[in-house]
Design a protein around this ligand. Sequence first.
Ligand code: HEM
Length: 394
Amino acid sequence: MPDPADFPLGAKITIAELASDVHPVLHRLRAVEPVSWLPALNAWLVTRHDLATAVMRDAQTYTVDHPGFSTAQVVGPSMLSLDGEEHLRQRRPFDAPFRRAAVHNRFRQPVVQHIAQLLAELAPKGEAELRREFAGPVAVKTMMTALGLEGVVETAVLGWYDTIVNAVTQVTAGEPVSEEGRAAFAALRETLLPSLQREPEANLLAAASGASQGLSDEAIVSNAAVLLFGGIETTEGMIANALYFLLTNREWLQRVREDSTLLPAVIEETLRLEPAAGVVDRYATQDTRLGNANIAAGDLVRVSLSGANRDAAVFAEPDQFDPLRPNLREHVAFAQGPHVCLGLHLARLEAQLAVEQVLVRLPSVQLLGTEAAVRAAKPQGLVFRKPEALQVIW
Ligand code: HEM
């Protein structure tokens, strides 16, 4: 265990600070303790862009294959919980269906339809909470399409999702896998298995299964569960965060309305400023030195994507919203290295279509101006960062 006295700034930082207005804290850390020991997290926190990238690219020294990660105990081993050759083997079948062109081919039309239907229902109401009533449903419906679950009731999928997330949280806290957790994953597995048997055009899971090169149905289903988890909460946050930054920035709202080709850059800049997954975790496989820190084998190393994305050594005036910055794409919101987000093209497609259509179909949309609504709209959270609520009127 490192001596907290060696990292006086990190020693003082609380979970509450990290979960709320985290950016000033990350700036302070990056300046003096870019790899700091935070007793509140019982982990290292890496806030510099170069060091964050180095950790994520070095899966030999910093692994996800560790009992400290609980997802595998509930849904079985998957690409998320493995490294090296076995990671590649699990991820490979999904590579082709998740490439940009394949994603646009398969998903543009269904995603447009999901969005149109949701906005047609909201439009007459004149007000909405866009995170729960729009961003979340866009993400859920898209993942259900991806996994061939169109015929299944959405609330059933969300119920399994919540139960499995709770089971993972309990295992992380040292408890055994709950009966409910097992039952929920079994129900999800039974529902997913028929999707695998369809022709590859029918859904992404069938496409992966067709290219599985010996990966068992069981393994495909474990990875499908990971897709579901990877693709819902994060994408909900990504869409909500993008709407937040646009609705709080009149100049850019106007510019995007006049020229929708600016939208992809606007979305990238919102990913940089507030990545929906603010932290990724690794365990050190050996004693090693990173920046100013001596890390011991077995230590938890938390990489702050939020911190790396506002590193002034890479992004000039890092707290400014500037979609025209030349090196926009150097943000690490989707991570780096072997575990770089598999769903990034799909997530970008969803966010672009979602924001574009909100502006077209709710042309006078604006944030509700009350103090409470403005406060709730600001992205927050320790790992997943998004508005608590995005209350709007039009
Ligand atoms: C369609 C939506 C999405 C899907 C299907 C998806 C799927 C996945 C999967 C399967 C992985 C694990 C890859 C591996 O371990 O090899 C992953 C990793 C990751 N995803 Fe996504 N994702 C989606 C959206 C997002 C969004 C919107 C964000 C954030 C803005 C995000 C951030 C990440 C990050 C940071 C990782 C790396 C995790 C780590 O290295 O520990 N993803 N994603």
